[in-house]
Design a protein around this ligand. Sequence first.
Ligand SMILES: Cc1cc2nc3c(=O)[nH]c(=O)nc-3n(C[C@H](O)[C@H](O)[C@H](O)COP(=O)(O)O)c2cc1C
Length: 201
Amino acid sequence: MKTTRIPHRSMYYGTPVALVCTQNSDGSENLTPMSSSWSLRDFVVLGLGCASQAMENLRHRPRLTVNLPSADMWESIERIAVFTGKNPVPDHKATHFSYCRDKFEAAGLTRLTSTEGGPSRVAECPIQIEAVVNTVTDVSDNPEGFSVIIAKAVAMHAAVGILDETSGQIDPVKWDPLIFSYKTYHGVGSELGRMARVIRS
Ligand SMILES: Cc1cc2nc3c(=O)[nH]c(=O)nc-3n(C[C@H](O)[C@H](O)[C@H](O)COP(=O)(O)O)c2cc1C
């Protein structure tokens, strides 16, 4: 395979989209589309811009929900892609973003009360994780910098329609996550094979 060196400033090589719900200081809620995220056992790791409303909220109120949309929901995410819950809009985002008070309404999505007392879940998302911030690492605290949040899941909810009827676990054939890769939205396509080793769940 022939390779060539390319710029590496933004290496968004394709990860699932998540809608992160956090609580604002006045008790209202903010919804943040993001994709720099992965899970490790019952923890989720999130990369969020320092200047985001989500990050401001999590520094003061550590509860959140991480809601995973299915691939067919991409247009709902796109409807709120140009918004921030931060008012005023930070200078470095001012040309591309505007303030939105209620991103649930703007996206056409529905609040669902969480079971553990944190911010709402997104009813339309087939996977909803309630979590609490464990650690925050500021990679850079300038306005364009970002923070890495490790949050511990305290509850997970899944649509019955994506579960394996025998095991009660998520069936990867039924679950079609929305993948964000180089500013484009994708589903995952069809199964290519199965891991031979059985993983304890
Ligand atoms: C599909 C998608 C993926 C995104 N991924 C991230 C991400 O991983 N981290 C991040 O900080 N912002 C990400 N963004 C941008 C934020 O949504 C954007 O900065 C937004 O204004 C933050 O909202 P908030 O300020 O209300 O929290 C993404 C946006 C979209 C539409």
